[in-house]
Write a protein that binds this ligand. Structure first.
Ligand SMILES: C[S@@+](CC[C@H](N)C(=O)[O-])C[C@H]1O[C@@H](n2cnc3c(N)ncnc32)[C@H](O)[C@@H]1O
Length: 329
């Protein structure tokens, strides 16, 4: 774990943090323990709304865009997506100039292969292996090709590293579009809208008067702004489970997330179902897609008077909830 490795590295003097100047922490989630760092000098970059809320509540200075310069050192919490990890390493070195960059990650997040590529591109100061992961510190990165670039998917959709389904359209979302009702009318919300695949298809339905895209990943939402250029669309960088709309919706559509970290976690999908019920008009309709093995039927029955199975594919089921109970939020 980061905390263990950081403590050992600092206590054993494997590297020293600069005496002054700000320390940029890239990609820390609310699960990372940063207490080994001097909090008054730490600035955390985070793009995920629920983490931002928690980090701010814990008293951290949080920024939403990667800085170009001005930091004494940087600590990167390695993400699973390799292209994103490369971009963060590149950005960290840019932000600190000649300063120290520390990269930390679990083996299960691909830390070994990241380290292998880093050794060819930077001057490695040392490596600490502990607690199923590695911490490496380095300077003098020379990897201009590691800066993030856009990917263009079929349909002209733009994505960036680290967003959900950055390399291909999600099969679950495709399954939902295949059975999406032709008649979607009125005010609609797309919960966890990602880079906008479902939203663009929702707007193809002529009866839609307004569409709100609610998404926690700021970078995904930036992509959606490009992919869903339609005056009926509005974009909200928010946690779905805390979102308060100005008016209730006629229809809510979602391909909800099904994991928080590496492990599958149906609770996050359940919290989206509860949120959907609370966001709808009494006559409203919720349509969602889920992996067939995920147990959402009971939660739908708890929050909606009517639950329908709209079919799907061998891997995905499309479920609808009609007429929400008012027990939701
Ligand atoms: C399964 S993906 C679906 C993305 C997109 N709708 C599509 O079909 O490609 C779920 C999305 O929910 C977002 N998400 C996860 N937790 C969230 C939360 N608490 N509030 C808002 N969005 C969240 C993720 O960032 C991700 O983009």
């Amino acid at each position: 774990m980061l905390h263990t490795r950081l403590n050992i590295a600092l206590e054993d003097g494997l590297f020293t943090l600069p005496d002054s100047g700000q320390i940029l922490v890239i990609g820390a989630t609310c699960d990372h323990n940063l207490s080994a760092l001097p909090k008054d000098r730490v600035v955390v970059y985070s793009r995920f709304a629920p983490d931002v809320t928690k980090l701010c509540a814990d008293g951290y200075d949080v920024i939403h865009d990667l800085p170009d310069t001005g930091f004494a050192a940087a600590l990167i919490c390695a993400p699973r997506a390799k292209a994103l990890a490369h971009d963060w390493v590149f950005s960290a070195q840019k932000a600190v100039g000649d300063g120290l960059v520390i990269l930390d990650g679990q083996k299960t997040d691909g830390m070994d292969s990241l380290l292998k590529s880093l050794k060819k591109k930077a001057q490695i100061g040392g490596i600490l292996s502990k607690a199923h992961g590695k911490m490496v510190w380095f300077t003098k990165l020379d990897a201009p090709d590691w800066a993030a670039s856009d990917t263009e998917l079929p349909g002209g959709f733009i994505t960036r590293p680290g967003v959900f389904s950055a390399e291909k359209i999600d099969k679950g979302s495709e399954a939902l579009v295949a059975v999406m009702p032709d008649e979607i009318n009125g005010r609609v919300a797309d919960l966890g809208a990602g880079w906008g695949y479902l939203s663009r298809h929702i707007l193809d339905r002529g009866g839609v008067t307004a569409l709100d895209l609610i998404e926690a990943d700021r970078v995904a939402l930036d992509c959606a702004r490009v992919n869903v250029a339609d005056p009926r669309a509005r974009f909200f960088w928010e946690d779905v489970t805390r979102f308060k709309p100005d008016t209730p919706y006629d229809v809510v559509i979602s391909n909800p997330p099904f994991h928080t970290s590496r492990a599958g976690d149906p609770d996050i999908g359940r919290s989206f179902i509860q949120a959907a019920a609370g966001l709808l008009k009494p006559s409203g309709r919720f349509v969602m897609v889920a992996n067939r093995h995920l147990p959402y039927e009971d939660t739908l029955a708890k929050h909606f008077r009517v639950v329908e199975d709209l079919g799907g594919t061998p891997g995905f089921k499309i479920l609808a909830g009609l007429k929400p109970h008012r027990t939701g939020r």
